[in-house]
Design a protein around this ligand. Structure first.
Ligand SMILES: [Zn+2]
Ligand SMILES: [Zn+2]
Length: 170
């Protein structure tokens, strides 16, 4: 088991060292529910951020500390001003960090790049894909629910926009 708090501090220090100004992070979470993503960064209503990483990154010894830090830094960079999307400044910062520290931070990281099997939702069972028109966040749903029926009234947990578009699959 990796030391989550130590990794957080190390990552923050590495970014500060490069003069990258991070937003204020009010919560660090571990996600063991949905097995769909390595990490997540959400903006809270007070302007602070919550960062969540997959439990497996910490618990799986086949995943290196470096691979775990790559996810943490990926999410930390989302807290910078104008960095909600994986373009522009976020992309620039990721490139700088990769060059200086030898990381491989990307928009999407496949499981094999972390040394393990792919970590994706079972695509066969997905019925709907929702995409936030503002920040590009994606939500997968396997069945009909309040959200799938009333998505037009739901805000994006990441950026707060009410801009979901729905795509039916299969
Ligand atoms: Zn991201
Ligand atoms: Zn959004």
């Amino acid at each position: 088991m990796k030391d989550y708090e130590k990794l957080q501090k190390d990552c923050i220090n590495e970014l500060r060292h490069l003069g990258i100004k991070l937003g204020s992070i009010s919560a660090w979470k571990i996600n063991n529910r949905a097995k769909s993503r390595w990490g997540l960064c959400q903006m809270n209503s007070d302007g602070t951020y919550s960062i969540e990483i997959a439990y497996r990154l910490l618990s799986d010894d086949n995943i290196s500390e470096k691979a775990c830090k790559e996810t943490i830094i990926h999410e930390l960079l989302h807290t910078c001003k104008g960095c909600m999307r994986h373009t522009g400044k976020w992309k620039y910062y990721a490139e700088v960090v990769n060059q200086v520290y030898g990381y491989n931070i990307k928009r999407i990281t496949q499981g094999y790049e972390k040394g393990v099997e792919n970590y994706s939702v079972n695509e066969m069972s997905i019925k709907y894909i929702f995409t936030c028109g503002k920040c590009g966040a994606t939500i997968y749903r396997k069945r009909e629910s309040k959200f799938t029926q009333n998505y037009k009234y739901y805000g994006c947990a990441r950026c707060g926009a009410i801009a979901w578009s729905k795509k039916s699959v299969g």
